[in-house]
Design a protein around this ligand. Structure first.
Ligand SMILES: Cc1ncc(COP(=O)(O)O)c(C=O)c1O
Length: 399
């Protein structure tokens, strides 16, 4: 997919704003919640869906069905700079995290380290496994002061009994990005597995898995990757893939799904073995198209664009007396900036901004702003203007 950039320069977005028609009506700063799907990506996925719905197997035959996730697999592999054999396309990030937790099954006496700020799906699979095995789930305690989250704070909870470190690359509520190389060194120094949830970073923060040892990485498709609900990505390191026995298996887990022989259960060689059922193939197609769209722009450009917009937002928030939950250094943030407003309910502020057409999310008593490749400096300025207006009203008035 080649993206026409002539309109781009005029608007200061990295892609034509016409690909995201809602931007005519609102200032969309909510990719950390649900990303917008570019119109060309939507159109090609809808055409694919329509062909299956109207022509069934006369268009979508067994061969097509067997290979239907290869487009997304290939695009995800390019995004992460790894071999496509190491990529699976599950239905969601949560499903992938569950597959990993049930395979790794930390035993009694072992611990899993995560963070008490995490999105619940990063922690729950380990808690559920721990109910069965007696392992300990240890959470880095930063909820009362999210600004304290750092690699050092994670390292304090890791010890000789840590079997897994499972954390987000970028935190969903605060946008804090942890250094992958540092996490990797920490895990390896303790002989622990490193499982990363990159749902809030992949598609925004460059990730090169050829250069850093991560045992597994998952990312939901419907935020920064610009895909729809129903398809995510999972990377499994070759060492973890060796002997990986997924807990959920089915007809698609096998080398040749249309072999359809229940007497034996061979598993596919690659990470594909965790794809077990008839998922939303349309979502898989759209995820492939969405990642290709991002790759055409270039992740380094996306990251630089977001960093510049975030700098502008941070400067404006500072001027309005906000308290940032997001780190100030560029290396520790991506497209998300969260802020509280002294004397105000930050979640109420978020709701008031939504009513004014600036679409953001309330999280942790804060307002969470998220900028992506379609946003412009003018979007940030409009958000700040509206924020100024909301904060200028009497404290109880959050209309
Ligand atoms: C870090 C993180 N992981 C996972 C998810 C949800 O993943 P899914 O809906 O694909 O299960 C979210 C959604 O906000 C998230 O922020």
């Amino acid at each position: 997919m080649t993206i026409e950039t002539s309109t781009t320069q005029r608007s200061d977005a990295l892609v034509p704003r016409e690909h995201f028609p809602v931007l005519e009506d609102v200032t969309y700063l909510n990719t950390a919640s649900i990303g917008l799907v570019a119109r060309p990506v939507q159109e090609s996925a809808s055409a694919f869906d329509r062909e299956i719905a109207s022509r069934g197997t006369t268009w979508f035959d067994e061969e097509q069905e067997t290979g239907v996730l290869e487009r997304a697999r290939g695009a995800a592999a390019r995004l992460l700079n790894v071999d496509p054999e190491l990529i699976a396309i599950p239905s969601s990030a949560t499903e992938a995290l569950c597959q990993l937790a049930w395979h790794l099954r930390p035993a009694a006496g072992a611990n899993v380290v995560s963070i008490d700020l995490e999105f619940p799906s990063v922690v729950y699979p380990w808690m559920r496994v721990a109910e069965e095995t007696g392992a300990e789930v240890r959470l880095v305690d930063v909820r009362s002061d999210p600004g304290r989250l750092s690699l050092e704070a994670v390292a304090e909870r890791v010890d000789a009994h840590t079997s897994v470190i499972c954390v987000s690359h970028a935190q969903f509520a605060t946008g804090c990005v942890l250094d992958l190389a540092g996490l990797s060194a920490l895990a390896r120094a303790h002989d622990a597995r490193l499982v990363i949830d990159a749902t809030q970073s992949a598609g925004m923060v460059p990730i090169d898995l050829a250069g850093v040892h991560v045992d597994a990485l998952v990312a939901g498709g419907y935020k920064w990757l610009g895909g729809p609900f129903g398809a995510a990505l999972l990377y499994v390191h070759p060492e973890l893939l060796d002997g990986f026995r997924p807990s959920l298996v089915g007809w698609r887990s096998t080398p040749d799904p249309y072999n359809l022989d229940p007497r034996t259960m061979p598993l596919a060689d690659g990470a594909r073995r965790v794809e077990f059922s008839t998922m939303s193939y349309t979502a898989g197609q759209a995820l492939g198209g969405a990642i290709e769209y991002l790759l055409d722009v270039g992740i380094e450009r996306v990251a630089a664009h977001a960093a510049a917009l975030a700098d502008r937002l941070v400067a404006g928030l500072d001027a309005l007396g906000a308290e940032l939950l997001t780190p100030r250094e560029r290396a520790s943030r991506g497209g998300t900036v969260a802020a509280r407003f002294p004397g105000r309910d930050g979640e109420g502020v978020a709701m008031a901004l939504n009513r004014a057409g600036v679409i953001v999310s309330p999280r942790f008593g804060a307002t969470r702003f998220a900028t992506h490749l379609f946003n412009t400096p003018a979007d940030v300025d409009r958000a700040l203007e509206q924020l100024d207006a909301v904060l200028g009203r009497p404290a109880g008035d959050l209309r």
